[in-house]
Structure formats: C-alpha cells, structure tokens
Design a protein around this ligand. Structure first.
Ligand code: ZN
Length: 169
C-alpha cells in the first residue's frame, strides 16, 4: 500500500525514531509499504518517519535503471560506525519535492543494522549508496537535508517549501 509522504515543514519529520523491537509480520508489511511508496515516488531511499512512523528504520535501493535488478536494502536500528573522507553530493529528498541541494557527506562508511528478519549485518558503502544511507539515517534523528545547508540556502529552501505548503492548502 502506498503511504502518503510527509513534506517539510511537517513537524513529524523532526521527531526522533524509536528502536525497532518487534521483527514481526507488521514490520514486514510496513517495509513492503515503504518500498511500494519509494518506488512509486520514485526515490532511492525512504525513512519510516517520512511516512509518519517514528521508528529507526529506512530502506534504500540505488538501482533505479529499468535494466537493473532491484537492490532493496532494509536498515533497522542502523548505526554508522565508521566514516572516511568527504564528498559533496547533490541530494534530493522525497520530503522536499523538486529541491536539489549540495550536501557534504562522508565518502565511505561502515554501517551496522538489522534486516527485516532481525538478522544483524555490516555493510561497507561508498558513492551513492553511502550518501543515501547517511541521508536516510539523518531522518531517524529528525535531521533533514536543509540542516546541512548554509544560512542562505536554508532560507531559500524554507521559503520555497512554505510557498508550496500554502499552495497545497
Ligand atoms: Zn530525505
């Protein structure tokens, strides 16, 4: 089921997620819904808080090409345990439609998480995958793309999003 995606400045995007404690059927359904919602958007990542579910959970799939097999990855209770290097990347966010901004991120990361069954795993990532993981991980702490911008860019994005919110009313 496709769930509505919250847009900035919705306050729920600022709430920190709670740890996932039950790796059950309900979690599986939630992850299925998140995947359907992300692919329909379309996007390369979606965090549970973006659909109003305050859990430490996100999904990423950077294989967006029609000729690429899907590479859906589930991150429950993720922890970025190592970061290396620095890279500037133009990012988008499903909670900031039509906005793309350059953000500084670590170039390579080591992340620990649990999959949808609760099995722990470790993943080394670089490039777009590393960027997407860092971006989605921020959502679990109520941190948004806009927080990484300069004061000026922040003001411009704020204004654009507020104008959009008013137009949608
Ligand atoms: Zn986002």
């Amino acid at each position: 089921m496709i769930r509505p995606i919250l847009h900035f400045p919705d306050k729920r995007l600022r709430e920190a997620g709670k740890p996932v404690t039950a790796f059950d059927e309900a979690l599986r359904t939630l992850v299925d819904d998140m995947a359907e919602t992300m692919y329909a958007a379309p996007g390369v990542g979606l965090a549970a808080p973006q659909i109003g579910v305050a859990l430490r959970l996100f999904i990423v799939d950077i294989n967006t090409g029609d000729d690429q097999p899907s590479d859906l990855r589930v991150f429950a209770n993720p922890e970025i345990v190592e970061t290396h290097g620095k890279i500037r990347w133009e990012e988008g966010c499903l909670s900031f439609p039509d906005i793309r901004e350059e953000v500084d991120r670590a170039e390579r990361i080591l992340v620990r998480a649990h999959d949808v069954s609760g099995t722990p795993y470790e993943l080394e990532a670089e490039g777009l995958l590393a960027i997407a993981i860092q971006h989605e991980h921020d959502h679990l702490d109520g941190v948004l793309m806009i927080d990484h911008l300069s004061m000026l860019r922040r003001r411009l994005v704020n204004r654009a999003m507020n104008r959009r919110a008013v137009a949608a009313e």
